[in-house]
Design a protein around this ligand. Structure first.
Ligand SMILES: NC(=O)C1=CN([C@@H]2O[C@H](COP(=O)(O)OP(=O)(O)OC[C@H]3O[C@@H](n4cnc5c(N)ncnc54)[C@H](OP(=O)(O)O)[C@@H]3O)[C@@H](O)[C@H]2O)[C@@H](O)CC1
Ligand SMILES: [K+]
Length: 555
């Protein structure tokens, strides 16, 4: 964000003051949309540009007839924020940013948190810490403030690179400041989407403050993007009322092609799902059904001979082929038409460990999950290659990368804090495979291509609105979706990120009461509703993602 902002200011087209004015106006506009009747507002302003935005908000609300109280600090080192402070002083006074002055403002309809934004570098301390804890609720009236709090860019104290509160143990904490509405600028930051971010930010509105030309590179001198924001924010995850970008519609057309274009089934790929011993076949069958639904032309489930009987029921579209051991699998994989392999769900650790070398030696794109990950943790990463996708949940991640998992648990003392994004990127670089760390805030990273120290592309898929997806077998379905997409020819990182997106959409579409068996069926409805190039009109409902993010323009 800093790089994009700097590129915009360097171009001479906009000044920092312009951006601050647009940012403040956007927040004031959102407040007036949510609280249409002018009331009483208390604006809490910190020392930096976040505080500068606060002075602009105060001015806009005052001109709209609100009774505005501003609590601020003596020191405002930045020139832009100092100018906005000076302009506010022409309208009204600035009271000290203290707990006692906050208590005197209990009659407010709205409290604006403009204390710290993206510039937070260390844990908040002293009087401001006490004030934030009070509003957070551990020793105050949290529910009272929460329903009235609007955060500028983020709730103060939250690190925007990680979604962790600096100076606090990872995970929910009674002191965490949670707000009703967060208005952030241009793009969501990782901290809005990871860890505590989704819960603490409340409703997240992304305000467009005119930085698009510099985000996309149109406005920069060399046409380059100053930062690759798509790395953290897949564009197809936004619902902003516009037509989806062409790339999204092309992708959607590709996803649904299997169902609309004539072609030989082998053109759509052949996925192999390896299954385990008798009585363990459900997980692999869930994966196989999902691979079929996402459009793989052929899917074969491969249990040992003794367990074949378990797979003789529906779905009839599924092919069965016994695979006794690694040699039999290596023979089978001589067939070049087999495009991808799924290994792990219900396989048993011993069998997964036995089959793993044959899968890896074949060089075939593969998804390694569940028991395959346990086997991998025991044998090490040798043989993994760029076409492998690992899909660990937190526990499996800790077994595979214990040091990275430990680092994720330490109390962050300075910003930017080590984040899930950092951890998964490091895991991808170390293992040489695409790594997908499952959770409500899923992170996917692919290994850096050339330079060993470079960071590979990464994607965050934050979906805290579908808690019912945490159900037995949901992970097995994800394995199957990704295996199906790999078989159809998608590169591993795309297969993983589109797979997670479709998986979440299927769950959202079905709603509460979901079991993993319902997911493959629900996928069909999701595919049917994808807006395509040939769609008569876009269907915003199909674009509605994780937590609805709205892009709002006011300039
Ligand atoms: N992105 C955009 O396009 C636009 C962004 N805009 C806005 O700018 C915001 C970012 O502004 P920012 O960089 O000035 O940082 P901000 O969060 O205000 O605080 C930094 C100050 O706090 C201090 N400080 C830090 N930690 C501290 C602590 N624990 N305890 C005490 N002090 C601490 C730090 O001082 P220092 O670390 O040097 O001691 C510094 O003085 C961004 O969130 C958005 O609202 C819009 O105006 C325009 C368009
Ligand atoms: K803030």
């Amino acid at each position: 964000m800093r790089a994009i902002e700097a590129a915009a200011i360097d171009s001479g087209t906009v000044s920092g003051l312009d951006l601050m004015e647009r940012a403040g106006a956007a927040v004031a506009g959102q407040i007036r949309l949510r609280w249409p009747r002018a009331g009483t507002a208390t604006v809490l302003c910190g020392p930096g540009n976040n505080g500068g935005d606060g002075f602009v908000i105060a001015g806009h609300l005052a001109r709209a007839g609100w009774r505005v109280r501003v609590l601020g600090m003596d020191s405002t080192p930045g020139a832009d924020a100092a100018e906005m402070k000076r302009r506010w002083r022409e309208i009204g006074p600035i009271l000290p940013l203290s707990l006692s002055d906050l208590h005197r403002a209990r009659d407010s309809d709205v409290f604006v948190d403009a204390i710290f934004g993206t510039g937070l570098t260390r844990p908040v301390q002293g009087e401001i810490d006490a004030l934030l804890r009070h509003m957070g609720g551990s020793d105050g009236d949290g529910a009272f403030y929460r329903s009235r709090l609007v955060a500028v860019d983020c709730p103060s104290g939250l690190c925007m690179d990680s979604g962790a509160f600096l100076g606090r143990p990872r995970g929910p904490h009674p002191d965490d400041l949670r707000v009703a509405l967060t208005v952030a600028f241009d793009s969501p930051k990782p901290g809005h989407l990871l860890e505590r971010g989704p819960d603490c930010c409340g409703r997240l509105v992304i305000a467009d403050i005119g930085l698009h030309p510099w985000r996309t590179g149109i406005g920069t001198k060399d046409g380059r993007r100053p930062a690759d924001l798509s790395a953290i924010w897949p564009e197809f995850d936004i619902e902003d009322g516009r037509r989806p970008p062409d790339a999204t519609r092309d992708r959607n057309a590709w996803l649904t092609k299997r169902h609309s274009v004539e072609g030989h089934k082998f053109h759509h790929g052949h996925a192999l799902i390896l299954a385990g011993g008798l009585g363990q076949g459900g997980a692999a069958r869930l994966a196989a059904r999902a691979a079929l639904r996402i459009g793989a032309g052929l899917v074969t489930i491969c249990p040992p001979k003794s367990a074949l009987i378990e797979h003789l029921g529906p779905p009839d579209a599924l092919m069965r082929r016994p695979v006794e051991d690694a040699n039999a699998l290596a023979d089978l994989l001589q067939d070049r038409r087999i495009g991808a392999v799924g290994l792990g769900p219900g396989c048993g650790v011993d069998r997964a460990g036995d089959l793993l070398p044959a899968v890896l030696d074949s060089g075939r794109p593969c998804v390694l999950d569940a028991d395959a990950l346990t086997a991998l943790a025991a044998r090490g990463f040798k043989g993994l290659h760029g076409n492998c996708v690992l899909t660990p949940h937190a526990g499996e991640f800790a077994r595979l990368f214990p040091d990275l998992a430990r680092q994720l648990e330490t109390v962050p003392q300075s910003g930017p804090a080590w984040s899930r994004l950092d951890a998964v990127r490091a895991a991808a670089a170390r293992s040489g495979a695409t790594v997908l760390l499952k959770g409500a805030d899923t992170v996917i990273a692919r290994p850096p291509r050339d330079e060993p120290d470079a960071q590979g592309q990464a994607v965050i898929h934050s979906a805290t609105d579908i808690p019912w997806l945490a159900t037995a077998g949901a992970g097995d379905v994800l394995t199957g979706i990704i295996a199906g997409l790999l078989a159809r020819g998608l590169p591993p990182c795309d297969a993983a990120s589109i797979g997670v997106l479709m998986h979440a959409r299927a769950a959202r579409r079905f709603g509460p009461g979901l079991t993993a068996d319902d997911l493959p069926q629900s996928l069909a409805a999701v595919l049917r509703d994808l807006p395509r190039r040939d769609s008569p009109r876009t269907r915003p409902a199909a674009l509605l993602e994780a937590r609805p993010l709205r892009v709002w323009r006011n300039w």
